[in-house]
Design a protein around this ligand. Structure first.
Ligand SMILES: [Zn+2]
Length: 225
């Protein structure tokens, strides 16, 4: 009888060991050795629905569509490399509210971060300007939120940690509603100018998109570590 109990005990121990090993193997181990677990990240693809955002001069890029594509790719990249949860403020070509009141719409987007008690909020946009020579990438943070400056710095630096020929416009403390009124650390990235031919071509290239999403996630991971 005693032998049977010992044998059963051994079997139980072996099973427990296997279960533990399996659980450990299932956890995503980030490839670059950084660890980012259990954070809640809200990604906001700018514009949507009737609000198209900027329109490209040469290729006719529609900003709201490109913003959504970049945001969806970022979500995948974060989920592949970390154990964090990602929420998009919109999943389709829609606005959050049916009314076209811009202030209310932006308020609704900020509310998503508050409702989820997000650790981070990233708004994705593409810029436009009347002078078609103006180009480059800018990361904005709320001018009233000094703590978010570091976050903006890390992400902007990380984006340019690749071979990239557009201008580094640096970081900027801005008055954007989604940044200023956000209870979570928040940045807004403008990934190029739709009004500049080179930028427009670059922002639409799969290579630039893949590299840039990698670098943004590198930056996020660095920020949390
Ligand atoms: Zn925009």
């Amino acid at each position: 009888m005693k032998k049977i109990i010992i044998l059963l005990g051994c079997i139980m121990l072996i099973i427990t060991g296997f279960c533990l090993l399996h659980m450990k193997a299932k956890k995503n181990v980030p490839k670059d050795g950084y660890h980012l677990s259990d954070k809640i990240i809200v990604i906001d693809p700018g514009h949507g629905g009737r609000d198209r955002g900027a329109t490209g001069e040469v290729l006719g890029t529609i900003e709201k569509d490109l913003n959504l594509k970049v945001a969806q790719n970022l979500k995948k990249e974060i989920e592949n490399r970390t154990n964090s949860k990602v929420i998009l403020t919109r999943e389709n070509d829609t606005s959050l509210l049916s009314e076209t009141n811009q202030k209310e719409e932006l308020r609704a987007r900020v509310k998503v971060a508050r409702n989820y008690n997000a650790d981070l909020y990233i708004s994705i946009h593409h810029d436009a300007f009347e002078d078609t020579n103006v180009k480059g990438i800018t990361t904005h943070y709320g001018a009233n939120k000094k703590h978010d400056k570091k976050l903006a710095e890390i992400v902007q630096k990380s984006i340019f940690n690749q071979k990239i020929t557009t201008r580094n416009r640096g970081i900027q403390g801005s008055d954007f509603y989604v940044l200023k009124e956000n209870s979570s650390p928040a940045i807004l990235i403008e990934l190029g100018f739709t009004s500049n031919e080179d930028d427009e071509k670059r922002m639409n290239s799969a290579k630039f998109q893949a590299k840039t999403q990698q670098r943004i996630v590198d930056g996020i991971i660095e920020y949390f570590n």
